[in-house]
Design a protein around this ligand. Structure first.
Ligand code: ZN
Length: 331
């Protein structure tokens, strides 16, 4: 491993950035693991680096409207039943007691783990509701009725509506990971605010989800917890596929994240895996983790997201960091 600078820098250059208005329309982005219905777009698509996004900062959690919950529970057999899941309300027709206990334990520890891992303190109580379908068929019936364009995903979350909806028709460890991924999106609202850039929102969610297990949260280390995603990314890099650079990844706005251009020879998006492992890389590198936490802390204190602020905090040149990241991933 190369010797790296361990100093962190602030974001003094922020005041020089140009203001660009962002869309306030809700967007639903197709993704392969889960779908987060964001409140507004996090980045403009119009330029690479000189963008000033709205100030971030924690917001109170949202309690789901009763009408919304009733409309989702219509697709649960007999409306499901309400069970304990940490501070969250959980409506489900799942009967597996060991799965429900594991979810309860993880949800109870999520705020503490979020704080320990990211250095951010979620503000106020969690008031959101989870709806967990036992059967994929029922979940897909809800998906089709709610928004036909979002079919085929493992879970959805909307912090602005106070709800996470997912299915348990898969191995228990995948259900635990997907649930924590969706809940982390909800916690983002209380810890960082919105709108977050997609790479950061998804990467942070996976930094918690990939370590969720029946024994609680495991330490984040190497590629443990997402070996499949790591293999996919490693194979693509070794085969010379067009995997975006880190600079290209963080420049992606909501309309281009996890999307493949119809004119491109590349048929696969690696944005999810790249986001997950970039954030993990930043959290496990001793010389980068405090710099990254400083970047997060500035956002949580009402800062504005920009690519410049990230590179400035990390005190790294994007191309050099990209080379180092790829070496780490292929080790
Ligand atoms: Zn997500």
């Amino acid at each position: 491993m190369d010797a790296q600078r361990a100093t962190c820098r602030g974001s003094l250059a922020l005041g020089l950035l140009l203001a660009v208005a962002c869309s306030s329309d809700p967007v639903a982005i197709p993704v392969d693991r889960s779908a987060e219905k964001t409140e507004e777009s996090a980045q403009s698509e119009s330029g690479p680096a000189r963008i000033l996004t709205p100030p971030l900062g924690p917001k109170p959690s949202v309690e789901a409207e009763p009408e919304l919950l009733e409309s989702i529970r219509t697709f649960l057999p007999n409306g499901g039943r309400r069970v304990s899941c940490g501070p969250y309300s959980l409506w489900t027709d799942v009967r597996d007691p060991s799965l429900l206990v594991a979810l309860d334990v993880l949800a109870s520890r999520l705020d503490t783990e979020y704080q320990a891992r990211l250095g951010l303190t979620p503000q106020g109580p969690s008031r959101e509701t989870i709806v967990l379908f036992a059967n994929l068929r029922d979940f897909q019936r809800w998906e089709s009725a709610d928004d036909g364009s979002r079919r085929g995903y493992a879970g959805h979350s909307s912090a602005s509506e106070g709800v996470a909806v997912l299915h348990a028709d898969r191995p228990p460890e995948d259900v635990l990971a997907t649930t924590i991924h969706e809940l982390a999106h909800l916690v983002h609202r209380r810890a960082l605010g919105s709108p977050l850039p997609r790479w950061l929102s998804e990467g942070l969610a996976d930094a918690l989800a990939d370590s969720a297990s029946g024994e609680g949260f495991l330490p984040l280390d190497s590629v443990v917890g997402d070996e499949g995603g790591a293999r996919r990314l490693q194979s693509a890099l070794r085969a010379g596929h067009a995997v975006p650079s880190l600079a290209e990844l963080v420049a992606k706005g909501p309309a281009s994240f996890d999307r493949v251009s119809p004119n491109s020879e590349v048929r696969t998006s690696y944005d999810y895996e790249l986001s997950a492992f970039f954030v993990r890389f930043l959290l496990v590198q001793p010389d980068l983790v405090e710099c990254f936490k400083g970047f997060l802390a500035e956002l949580a204190a009402g800062g504005r997201w920009s690519e410049d602020s990230l590179w400035l905090h990390l005190d790294q040149h994007p191309e050099e960091l990209d080379e180092r990241f790829r070496r780490w991933l292929l080790e």
